[in-house]
Ligand binder design. Sequence first.
Ligand code: PXP
Length: 244
Amino acid sequence: MNTNPDSSRVARRLGVNVDHVATLRQARQARYPDPLAAALIAERAGAAQITVHIRGDRRHIQEHDIVRIAASVQTLLNVEAAMTEEMAEILERTRPHRVTLVAERAGEVTTEGGLDVASQQDAVAAFCGRLFKWGIRTSLFIDPDSAQIDASAIPGVDMVELNTARWSETGTRAELHRLAHATERGIASGLAIAAGHGLTLQNLRPLVLAAPGIEEYNIGHALISDAVFLGLHESVRRYLELLE
Ligand code: PXP
């Protein structure tokens, strides 16, 4: 494993996922707190991207959030969505800068695993082809497995986001190795590499050091949780420091 953070160094970007600002709003069916306000603070603090996940059950982000955030961000809006017809219609209407296709199971507390691209490559390619036609850049959220990486080298897909859930749950060197290997394999296939899920102020830096080729990190739950005590601007700053 490569432990030198400056070797094959890429400029690392932080995508701030503001879903849980909307979770708080939806808990009261209120107008606040506004995920757009959070997005603007995150950008001012140095975020390179705002990420939101529009779920089938609309438990947090709503379509109107996507419209408002897309119209106001100075950076990029990355929308995570499942590969359903309902989502295709929303994405065609709203045309965010980027879409990350995720697997979604009704009733799950959070995303449980990566999209199984290997077993449905034709369907994924057809969905990505539609997004490409609408001018949307596409990323696939996948588990850090060779078969998934190889299957993700699809025309119109320029990035994969590696699922870091197992790293966040186990904290083992084996998981770091797995992510580092998947990163190198993805780069060799011409894909840009993002990572996300379960990343915290504690487990982010070891991953940055182990897999310096990861160029984008999408972080939500821990960053917004830290913001409750630190304020959002300071929370974003602390995550950014770990990406330097
Ligand atoms: N990336 C993807 C594809 C996700 O689905 C999520 C959760 O919505 C995240 C990143 C952020 O994960 P977390 O909220 O655990 O930081």
